[in-house]
Design a protein. Structure first.
Length: 706
């Protein structure tokens, strides 16, 4: 806690389904005067060269940044890896791309594009399931590439999709990230239903027999409610340097296997017991889903800053137009790579029955959304109607900058299944959850010291992404409007309160009794002119994400004038605001005191017709006003009585919070702070000071007309 006591001329601081894949201030403190030197930020030059071609602009946030180019690629289920000063994407159907800046992408090919039939077959039989006739052409899905430090090889883990869940995850290795790749073995299989099929796998090597246990079978078919589909690999090192594979799609859930660092293949010395909803001897450790519930495309990322492993997965169907759609990314975390993984509400990622409601599990990062900044972007590539079915992501913490990114494919609200890659920045909120930037990455950098009230206050388009997880055809989420008002309230389609943590970009909002935490971020939007726009992105204690994009400096803030004479009662203690001993001299202290109903406790509220009020004291016969000592903006600055002269330290915003409870915000703090009963005291004589507004009972006051 930092308290500031201000004296004249000085101040003292006291620190106390896939069903199928697709596609700072210089401050002079004098009595009643306050000067501030502010910086002037200059420069924003945008040059748009073709709506769909090269977009280049000077970045006012990163002056050293080179002109940025934006070019699009369609890579489904993109997995990102950093190498050779570049960023590589590997996706389904042998679609791969490379970029030097995460904004402009170009396709490239490895030998897998043309020689996949030879690479993923063994003795003429497919790595999927020992078939010689199976058409593998459209069934190489969601590869994940990692550099194996011990092998000194690039390892590509490929989903080889098969009929009736008869799938596998195969490994191909190369000395170079771009190939050529060579088959090195298969890690795990699914879909086998009899000893003949099991003999084509490593089932016996793990279990000691080719007799398929009945738990994997249902009516002589693969029991998909128990057994997963062996696709969608993600391979990661844990903090100790051990290599792990997470995999699976829908059905029986997501599982994890320990790999052998020296081969990149399964570590057969690591054993798993068969325990309901926990692990399986062959499939490994269960980390999410099960019983036919939604969840696929697992991706795990460890963040040293929070010391958490984050599990991302995609819910619902990948399409945008059919009746089984609505792809969306959900997030969980764990202190251990093998789990247990939980969401913000503490729910386990693992389902324990087919009746588990998917909506009750996982932080939903975003759904189908629209902002007006898209309206001027009309083309076959960029939709003016919004984004749909964004999913199957990977994530990256940049080796050089430490910046976090989310990479995924998205469809559009344009009636087609066309899809493209999008890259969004992510930032850890105060609770250690990664929140996702509203707009795609175009070179913007967040201000570590935060943003001014003038930057933040205004009207925003607002999307609450909710928790809907239906697999029925999903429409667009509502784009609402809210205002973040200077007094820390939210008005409009949603009401509540907001605050920015001093000296940072951290943002907290309380809406409908739910606390959301995230960031303010001024970034380029996705309009043709790429306007530098204030946004916010937060995650709630209810697992919902909320996004906002500023559209106007005006605010939706209807108010009723409060002019009149009142007793001002503390909602915390029931005591009255009081001029100490009824004093009339400048600097008399303001405190709370047992109700006496005398002039020392009467205050006249007078509107300045600009949304602010003066609060004149009955003790002075209304010649003096409540005053923030030396116009300080710091926590703990004293509230005193001073001869009225109309300075900013004598101006307040009085904002209704609920019922007859009001917050009294100080202009000295740019309305970020308010009148506060020090230390939440209920004692008669407790001091009243200025403190950052957070909505506690010690900051709420009742106005009792006199």
């Amino acid at each position: 806690m930092l308290k500031t006591f201000v004296k004249e001329g000085s101040f003292i601081l006291h620190c106390k389904i896939k069903g199928g894949k697709d596609i700072f201030i210089y401050r002079i403190i004098m009595k009643n005067r306050f000067k501030k030197i502010t910086s002037i930020i200059l420069g924003l030059s945008l040059t748009i060269v073709g709506q769909l071609g090269v977009i280049s602009f000077n970045n006012p946030v990163t002056a050293s940044a080179a002109a940025l180019n934006t070019s699009r690629v369609s890579v489904h289920d993109p997995s990102i890896v950093q190498a050779n000063g570049k960023y590589y994407l590997f996706g389904s159907h042998r679609a791969d791309a490379v970029s030097s800046d995460l904004t402009s992408w170009n396709y490239f090919q490895t030998n897998i594009n043309n020689d996949y039939a030879n690479i993923f077959s063994v003795g003429g039989k497919w790595a999927a399931h020992g078939s010689t006739s199976y058409d593998i052409t459209g069934n190489l899905w969601a590869p994940d590439v990692i550099y194996n430090k011990q092998m000194k090889k690039w390892c590509m883990y490929m989903s080889v999709n098969g009929n009736n869940f008869y799938s596998s995850i195969a490994l191909a290795t190369s000395d170079s990230i771009t190939g050529p790749y060579k088959y090195a073995g298969t890690i795990v299989y699914s879909g086998f239903t009899n000893s003949s099929e099991a003999s084509q796998t490593d089932y016996a090597k793990v279990t000691g027999t080719n007799n398929v246990d009945k738990r994997y079978l249902s009516n002589n078919s693969w029991n998909s409610a128990y057994g997963t589909n062996a696709i969608d690999p993600c391979v990661k090192y844990d903090k100790s340097g051990n290599l792990w594979l997470s995999y699976g799609s829908w059905f029986g859930g997501l599982f994890m296997l320990k790999l052998d660092n020296s081969t990149g293949l399964r570590d057969y010395s690591y054993k798993y017991s068969t325990e309901t909803n926990a692990s399986d001897q062959y499939l490994g450790t269960k980390i999410s889903g099960g019983y036919g519930t939604s969840g696929e495309g697992s991706y795990i990322e460890y963040d040293k800053a929070s010391d958490y492993y984050y599990l991302y997965e995609s819910y619902c169907g990948l399409d945008a137009t059919d009746n089984f759609s609505g792809y969306q990314i959900r997030m969980f975390r764990s202190k251990n790579i093998t789990g247990p993984y939980t969401d913000a509400r503490g729910n386990s990622a693992i389902c324990t029955s087919a009746n588990d409601d998917k909506s009750t599990k996982g932080i939903k990062l975003f759904g189908n959304y629209y902002f007006s900044s898209l309206a001027g972007v009309n083309s076959s590539e960029l939709s003016s109607k919004g984004y749909m079915s964004g999913g199957h992501n990977s994530a990256l913490i940049d080796n050089n900058s430490g910046q976090r990114y989310l990479i995924y494919h998205t469809r559009f609200n344009n009636g087609t299944e066309n899809h493209q890659i999008r890259v969004h920045q992510q930032f850890l909120n105060e609770d250690g959850w990664p929140v996702t930037a509203v707009y795609e990455y175009l070179g913007s950098q967040i201000s570590n010291s935060g943003y001014s009230n003038s930057d933040i206050v205004g009207t925003y388009e607002f999307v609450n992404h909710g928790l809907n997880a239906t697999t029925a055809k999903t429409g667009m989420l509502k784009t609402s409007k809210v205002s973040l008002n200077a007094n820390g309230t939210i008005s409009g389609d949603y009401t509540g309160s907001w605050s920015e943590k001093s000296g940072s970009y951290y943002c907290t909002m309380v809406i409908g009794g739910v606390t959301y935490k995230g960031v303010f971020f001024k970034q380029y939007d996705e309009s043709a002119s790429h306007k530098n726009t204030m946004t916010f992105s937060l995650i709630g204690s209810n697992d919902e994400s909320i996004w906002g994009s500023k559209v106007s400096d005006s605010t939706i803030s209807p108010s009723t004038k409060l002019d009149g004479t009142y007793y001002i009662k503390s909602s915390l203690s029931g005591m009255y605001l009081d001029v100490a001993n009824g004093g009339t001299t400048d600097g008399t202290n303001i405190r709370q005191w047992t109700p006496l109903n005398n002039n020392a406790q009467k205050f006249k509220i007078v509107s300045n017709n600009d949304g602010t009020y003066n609060i004149l004291t009955g003790a002075s016969n209304y010649k003096s006003s409540l005053d923030v000592t030396n116009n300080s903006s710091t926590d703990g600055a004293n509230i005193e009585e001073w001869n009225y002269w109309g300075g900013d330290m004598q101006k307040f915003k009085i904002q209704k919070v609920s019922g007859n409870n009001y917050s009294i915000l100080t202009k000295s703090s740019n309305f970020k702070s308010c009148l506060d009963v020090y230390n939440m005291s209920k004692d008669s004589g407790a001091n009243v000071c200025q403190w950052n507004y957070w909505g506690g009972a010690g900051q709420l006051w009742e106005l009792i007309p006199n």
